[in-house]
Design a protein around this ligand. Structure first.
Ligand code: ZN
Ligand code: ZN
Ligand code: FE
Length: 753
């Protein structure tokens, strides 16, 4: 008879781990106890040595689907005479650093959806049904360890029937912290925007309003959403106008994988992501003649679809029998509303009614977004269902806080061998997003009770995250070059140990030389980098105006290629009034210089006449990608100079202009341009391989959200003998910057010690 004490670290709280160990111990006739504490899960087991061994082996092999075990430590302890049974202990909450992580929210499981559909069951049509395998986590947690008393479920006292399930080790709801039913849990109601109750079953009444073309706000998992019929162009247009969101695509809520398949082409990987526990929005090409209003996604052939993340959404979409537009509950790009008190002021003139409940949303989490490209699922926005799940670092080290970039902000705390990533926080230029960012930093440090030894920020002096880092007196600071952070983020994300060639293409980031970078070939790792090639710098006339008005960049590129005598092209002649000023700025060197690949996409889109003024970030590139047709000729790739090599854009622009003047359509020009970017990437990677001997290529930066480009670049590189490293757990855009910054910070501290 022996006894062992086990410590299990990883994502082991809030994933049904204690009941799982209880069942496992029971099946092996072991006695003992299990509990959560600040470090994860502890467990004591007592019995025959062979059974104890078997417990330790099966513990890892048969762990619940949502658990991630990072380590198990086992030590022999003195046996306890006459112990009976296996107990689940009440949590211990001590001081010190919390290494346990808050689990992400989990979409309703099949068994719970079956309960909700069962007229004989006591949870029939109950919108908050959940179990140990599913339900809210991160968005209801106030503090750790994860136990009901420290969640927003604490306000709801368990009824006798729920209490019995909670206590019964054989029950699916054993120790499910958010367990509840219609008798004891949160309740749903449908209200007017003025707060008056609307009679009838809230779900049926909401569905009636939606069917009639009205806009309904829904209190979702991590924030409010806005919904309307997806087949009603007038309703969608009304939502756009009231929300001040002109053309950025809306996502759709559909009832099932089959319903999704009727709208978009989904391969197995996409289906798995769609119906997985995170229930993200999955972007996929729309099928022919879908019954969806063109106003839903006017710029692209892609549609974003998602399945119900909660029984509430499942009941609503079932009552509708139609796909719904389901988008973030906010005005324009502000953070989504989570606080009931903000519904009236923020959504009062957008929605016609609101489907609410009385459980507090403790933490904001937008719907996550991803897509399958070249055989891999890639996140574009990491929030509900994924965050704050940790990303594994290659080793432990001192705590490092990284505050990210400016757009698609996230923050990251490297703690031990885990990088704790915040949810997507939005664009910091919105005051409310900045407040959310500051909260996220405080929250991350408070939840983990950590004092960082280093705060890492971007080099851009005007980023609000940079200013924040300078204004708070948390720890010594380190500024990290934007594309170095992109490279490091991709290496951490893919678990790649050594240095690699980094192809970092994005809108822009502050360069080490004070120009704006964005078409960069770097070589290095978290410890350092060398810039081996980049696009030839061009002026960016008008600074941020050039981002909103892509014709400005087109004029800059035309000037670079042809000098002051602009060729006869619509995008030049339409702006002939402004052109002089823009060209003067180019000539006199008054503009910032940029090597941005994103701005080159903008220029070509403007030359093709695809965009006048961009109404959201990346719009010109989205339109250019979706205009792309067959390639009729390859545009010339030329490089010059060495250390760092310049990738010339003038030969490309000259060829594009020649085609456009010969009335070659935008489709062929766009196709040819994407081909050129892939050709230039391969040429630059070869050049880097020749000089360094490295043959692994990391792809990062917002430009790699472009599906067509990835489909061209990856096979090209692989056929030329390169190993391609692509993001898996975090987005390639600036949402991943904080992770890379943390890795660079860690490397810097390690080098100093
Ligand atoms: Zn469930
Ligand atoms: Zn109950
Ligand atoms: Fe970037």
């Amino acid at each position: 008879m022996g006894r062992r004490r086990l410590r299990i670290a990883g994502t082991v709280q809030g994933v049904g781990f204690r009941p799982y160990l209880h069942r496992l111990a029971g099946s092996l006739s072991l006695t003992g106890a299990v509990g959560n504490d600040d470090d994860g899960v502890w467990c004591e087991i007592q019995g025959r040595a062979a059974d104890l061994d078997s417990f330790e082996t099966r513990l890892v092999a048969e762990a619940p689907p949502l658990a991630r075990i990072d380590s198990v430590r086992s030590a022999a302890v003195a046996a306890i005479e006459g112990e009976q049974g296996f107990a689940i202990a009440v949590s211990e909450s001590g001081s010190g650093t919390v290494a346990g992580t808050v689990p992400p929210d989990v979409a309703a499981c099949e068994a719970c959806l079956a309960d909700v559909a069962d007229p004989a069951g006591r949870r029939y049509r109950y919108a908050f049904t959940c179990c140990t395998d599913c339900g809210p986590r991160f968005t209801v947690v106030r503090s750790l360890p994860y136990d009901r008393e420290r969640t927003s479920m604490a306000a709801f006292e368990l009824c006798e029937a729920c209490e019995a399930e909670y206590r019964d080790p054989a029950d699916r709801r054993h120790h499910a912290q958010a367990v509840c039913c219609g008798a004891c849990g949160p309740a749903l109601s449908l209200e007017t925007m003025a707060g008056g109750a609307i009679d009838g079953d809230p779900i049926e009444a909401a569905a009636d309003l939606l069917r009639a073309g009205r806009i309904v706000a829904i209190k979702g998992v991590g924030g409010y959403q806005l919904a309307c019929r997806a087949d009603d162009g007038a309703a969608v247009a009304r939502l756009r106008q009231r929300k001040h969101r002109e053309e950025k695509p809306f996502a759709l809520l559909v009832a099932s994988v089959e319903a999704a398949r009727a709208l978009v082409d989904l391969d197995d990987l996409a289906c798995r992501a769609l119906s997985g526990p995170a229930a993200p929005i999955v972007l996929a090409p729309r099928t022919e003649s879908v019954p969806i209003a063109t106003e839903v996604a006017p710029d692209t052939r892609l549609l974003g679809v998602m399945l119900p993340a909660t029984p509430l959404h499942a009941l609503l979409i079932e009552a509708m029998g139609l796909p719904l537009v389901c988008t973030s509950g906010n005005r324009s790009d502000e953070p989504i509303v989570t606080d009931d008190a903000r519904v009236q002021p923020d959504l009062g003139d957008i929605a016609d009614a609101v489907l609410v409940h009385n459980r507090r949303i403790e933490r904001r989490a937008d719907d996550s977004v991803g897509h399958v490209v070249h055989g891999g699922f890639q996140l574009l926005r990491r929030a509900r269902g994924y965050a704050p799940g940790t990303v594994r670092l290659d080793r432990g080290g001192p705590p490092v806080l990284a505050v990210g970039a400016e757009l698609k902000s996230t923050v990251c705390l490297a703690l031990g061998a885990d990088a704790h990533m915040s949810v997507h926080l939005g664009d910091l230029e919105h005051p409310a997003a900045l407040a959310a960012f500051e909260n996220a930093v405080a929250d991350l440090l408070e939840l983990t009770r950590t004092a960082p030894e280093l705060v890492v920020h971007d080099l851009h002096p005007e980023y609000l995250s940079t200013k924040f880092a300078a204004s708070v007196d948390l720890a010594p600071r380190l500024g990290v070059q934007h594309h170095h952070a992109h490279l490091a983020s991709c290496l951490v994300d893919t678990g790649f140990g050594g240095p690699a060639i980094g192809v970092m293409f994005d809108g822009m980031g502050w360069g080490a030389d004070g120009t704006l970078w964005g078409g960069e070939i770097l070589v290095g790792d978290a410890g350092g980098y060398e810039r081996v090639a980049h696009l030839r710098p061009v002026p960016m006339p008008g600074g941020s105006a050039a981002v909103r008005q892509p014709w400005r960049m087109a004029l800059a590129h035309l000037h670079e290629t042809f000098g002051p005598e602009l060729p006869d092209l619509t995008c030049a002649t339409d702006h002939i009034e402004d052109a002089r000023q823009v060209l003067d700025q180019c000539r006199e060197g008054q503009s910032m210089l940029t090597t941005s690949m994103g701005r080159l996409f903008d220029s070509v889109a403007a030359l093709c006449g695809l965009v006048e003024t961009a109404t959201y970030e990346g719009q010109a590139a989205v339109r250019l990608e979706h205009a792309a047709g067959p390639v009729s000729r390859r545009y010339p790739v030329e490089t010059s100079g060495d250390g760092p090599a310049l990738i010339e854009t003038s030969p490309l622009i000259a060829a594009v202009v020649e085609d456009l003047q010969a009335r070659v359509g935008a489709g062929r020009v766009s196709g040819g341009f994407h081909r050129w970017v892939a050709d230039a990437t391969l040429a630059a990677a070869r050049h880097a391989r020749d000089s360094t001997g490295l043959s692994s290529v990391a792809l990062s930066g917002g430009v790699f959200q472009n599906r067509l480009l990835v489909e061209l670049v990856v096979p090209d590189l692989e056929q030329s003998g390169f190993e391609v490293l692509r993001h898996r757990q975090i987005p390639p855009n600036d949402g991943g910057i904080s992770l890379g910054q943390a890795a660079v910070g860690r490397a810097m501290l390690a080098g100093r010690r």
